[in-house]
Ligand binder design. Sequence first.
Ligand code: NAP
Length: 502
Amino acid sequence: MTAADAHSASTATPTWAQAGRQPRIAIIGAGMSGIAAVVKLQKAGYTDLTVYEKSDRVGGTWRENTYPGLSCDVPSRWYSFSFALKADWPHRFSYGPDIQAYMEAVANDFGVTRRVKFNTAVTDLTYQSPCWQLTTAGGQREMYDVVISATGILHQPVYPNIKGLETFAGAAFHSARWDHAVDLKGKRVGIIGTGSTSCQIVGAVTNDVSEMHVFQRTPHWLSPLPQKAYSPRWNKLLARFPFLQRIIYQFYYQLMVRTFSAATVGNKLMQRWMTKICLDHLADSVPDPVLRAKLTPDYEATCKRMIFCSDYYPALCQPHAHLVTEGIESIEPQGVRTVDGKLHELDVLVLATGFNAAAFILPTRVTGENGADLEQVWDGAPRAHRAVAMPGFPNFWMLEGPTGPVGNLSLIAISEHQVDYIISMLDRMKSDRLTAIAPTQTAFDRYNNAMREAIKSTTWVTGGCKSWYIDKSGLPNLYPWFPINYLKEMHNPEFSEYRLMK
Ligand code: NAP
């Protein structure tokens, strides 16, 4: 008899909350959210935790992305776990390897790593009231009282549907699958896409290549990134007085909420200010009026995800860099042919074409009450109740789930608040000896209808652009209100919105 069989045979036995035992909790993903979940759950007294990680290391997006120039445009002192502030960040905006090292260090220091089953992808989750049966790619089955999805948002690369892509004779790879065996030095390099990823890559590699061809479909708004290296003396001071780190953490939080987040959800003054910063940056960096015109967006700033990058424009101004704005007709063995008939000959082609943002926990098959299939329920437009739960999927929680990325806050902060919310739910299950908990359909509909109405007046919709925020519903998969409201939601759970099952 397997553990799963044994467990299902005993469903008549009291549940964890009724028996007063620890709930068995499975966490899917050992990235930033998974790490936050383990640390906070442990602290709250929930200690039967197993993390499933498809890869061989923790770190999530910071493990998966290794492209040159990889960095985070959220300030380091805020892009940190609140329970593990780090005095010695080397830079104001961290580079990918530093963040990956930090993720690994926190996971080790807080006892997360030892709870992780590495190289173990979860393929199926099936609700067998009141537990979940979890199946791995290796065919193992386990039963859990609670499942927390911490699978991240942008993890499934999107490959462009361009005729002839597979015929390219040189090296071609997606930005998230960087091929480090390919030396770019002296090569003719092409890059498709001009989002945050592309700008970081172009800024980092253009000096090394013989030709850089950037294929732009839409110009993006670019703000400069005030990068700087921290002095050892300053970092030592922060190590000595940790309260200073807390003040700085709060400072960045307030700064981002009051400027960037405000601009996206309707503060026109802030929006105009962001526009001016970007236009000034463009004017200061690009003297050639023709190139400048090509780089000037015709939609509102903050409509797409804003880019923060100081070395992209200077890279494009170099004589061996070419911004190609003609549409791509096809890809051929020698390079990229644009609609004007020109062949741009290349040795290497980088696809910085983004991710499938509607994936969340998919393609893991998640089957809830009455056989409901999460993929079918979502149908390409995932939504959730307060970004963390789904009606019909009891005892199943999501971190950074649908509408979770709240107004360009630090995703780490959002995950932490969401874990606090889940802990409130577990505490309630424990105190009321509940068997299961799930949002009601009515509460879900009310919340999502309000969201649908509110989002229509944000720049993500009114700004006149297309972006990865917008899903099959035609609306952005984002939180439309001020981030502070979301934090209030997370810290004042409305239990009346839930079916509290005895
Ligand atoms: P992205 O923002 O989705 O950009 C993809 C780019 O590829 C866009 O310029 C898009 O053009 C272009 N593209 C896609 N398909 C194409 C096609 N068939 N033909 C031509 N062009 C095509 O992807 P990303 O740059 O990887 O960034 C994704 C997100 O990751 C960011 O928005 C951000 O949230 C996050 N990120 C954050 C950081 C950070 O520092 N925090 C760094 C990197 C990424 P259109 O604009 O015309 O659609």
